[in-house]
Design a binder for this molecule. Structure first.
Ligand code: NZQ
Ligand code: ZN
Length: 393
């Protein structure tokens, strides 16, 4: 088992963090040479909170032209991306400002690829070809969750077949990310908690790997996981707690900008692949979908990495180890599920209000394995049958 594999760590995003961080957005965007900006947003939270009006006013004050396109839904759709590409081309927008969460930022990235490359943007998500450019993107984050503000990924759902697919390329990394924890006060508790699970999963998926132990990378990961769990609990009863919102928001970015995977084999990611099919077919909140599948996945694979699951139990869930490593690993999985329940998150697909038929299980497994052409995961490589078994659990 190797530790400290060679790695590249690239995080070019300028972070502007704290109260009123969005106030100078007009001046800031000017420094990136933007002449005409597409302001991209979601279903209404930013209009309701007044954030959109403030952003528009700041751009006007700075003498920057803009157009707007709202209506991005969670699990953002390809049709909206096409609408954005056509709009940007027609209006000659040269910068995209995403105001919202992961869905809005991911939609902005896809529009950025679409405008800067010929042909159908979906080709990139189908891995048929590689993007050679992307319009510059900036983000004002309103929910701590996906980490798209500092990640190189974008996840889009194609309504034709309800396929949810990700595409990763450094070209789409945000030029800047504005993070004001106060902007997340208006989140419903379910979205806050779902976001916190997603943040945890971005580190957990990297932590549960087939690499050797590393003090630094593992230590950062364990601290991040404990921090998110502690502060998510605080937010359950005190949603306007600035420090807790700030801890979670900063963790969200660090959890998915590559930091917690430095020197590892890259991590497992099976839970994300399992969730993406659920999200594509049933439109569930991403973090809740992850919580629903994680326990079943963990029970299915933990024998292949008992030491690592036991380390999670001891260093993150703070369980006192017994002499039996298998027991320790299982106790950790149980404790993680108990935590999910305690913050109102599901621990099974049934908990999401979905009772899968055998036919639906096979469809999900077929989609997830790209029609039996790939395996997922690294703790244990899972084929179509394994994937179906986990959905069944
Ligand atoms: O649309 P609005 O009205 O803004 O409402 C949103 C949406 O309904 C609401 N919301 C956001 N900020 C709010 C707020 N409501 C009140 N007050 C606020 N301040 O929250 C809901 C969820 O928003 P969304 O953007 O979908 O959340 P999230 O950031 O969790 O993004 C989820 C998407 O990101 C993808 C997921 O698969 C999913 O499609 N992911 C993207 C990744 C990446 N690009 O690196 C990695 C992740 O693993 C993930 O797959
Ligand atoms: Zn995620």
């Amino acid at each position: 088992m190797k530790s400290f594999e060679n790695f590249e760590y690239f995080t070019p995003t300028k972070v502007i963090f704290g109260k009123n961080a969005e106030q100078e957005i007009g001046t800031l965007i000017k420094t990136f040479g933007a002449k005409k900006v597409l302001i991209h947003y979601g279903g209404g939270s930013v209009t309701k909170s007044g954030l959109l009006d403030r952003v528009c006013a700041s751009l006007t004050e700075a003498g920057i032209a803009y157009i707007t396109l709202g209506g991005v839904v969670p699990n953002p759709r390809l049709s909206k991306v096409h609408e954005g590409i056509n709009l940007c081309r027609r209006e000659q927008a040269d910068f995209i400002l995403a105001v919202g969460g992961g869905s809005v930022i991911d939609s902005a990235k896809a529009i950025g690829y679409g405008v800067a490359n010929d042909g159908d943007v979906w080709d990139f998500y189908e891995k048929k070809r590689t993007a050679s450019a992307c319009l510059p993107i900036g983000a004002i984050l309103t929910i701590a969750a996906a980490g798209s503000e500092m990640s190189n990924s974008s996840v889009i759902t194609n309504e034709n077949g309800w396929l949810k697919r990700g595409y990763s390329n450094n070209l789409s990394r945000c030029k800047f990310a504005i993070m004001n924890p106060e902007l997340t006060y208006t989140l419903p508790d379910y979205q806050t908690q779902s976001g916190c699970v997603d943040i945890m999963m971005h580190t957990l998926e990297r932590y549960l790997n087939q690499s050797g132990n590393m003090e630094m990378t593992d230590g950062i990961s364990e601290t991040l996981l404990r921090t998110v769990m502690k502060n998510a609990k605080i937010l359950k009863t005190d949603p306007n707690n600035y420090e807790a919102r700030a801890e979670v928001m900063w963790a969200g970015s660090l959890s998915h900008n590559g930091l917690t995977g430095c020197g590892t084999d890259g991590g497992d990611w099976a839970s994300h692949q399992l969730e993406h099919e659920l999200g594509g077919m049933f439109d569930v909140a991403h973090g809740a979908g992850l919580a629903a599948v994680w326990g079943s996945w963990a029970r299915y694979v933990f024998h292949d990495r008992i030491d690592r699951f036991a380390k999670l139990a001891a260093n993150v869930l703070m369980l006192t180890p017994t002499d039996d490593p298998t027991q320790n690993a299982l106790a950790g999985i149980e404790a993680m599920e108990a935590y999910f329940h305690s913050v109102g998150m599901p621990t099974s697909i049934h908990d999401l209000g979905i009772d899968l038929s055998e036919e639906q299980i096979m469809t999900l497994a077929d989609k997830c394995s790209f029609g039996c052409t790939r395996t997922i995961g690294i703790v244990r490589k899972l084929d179509t049958e394994d994937i179906a078994n986990i959905y069944r659990m």
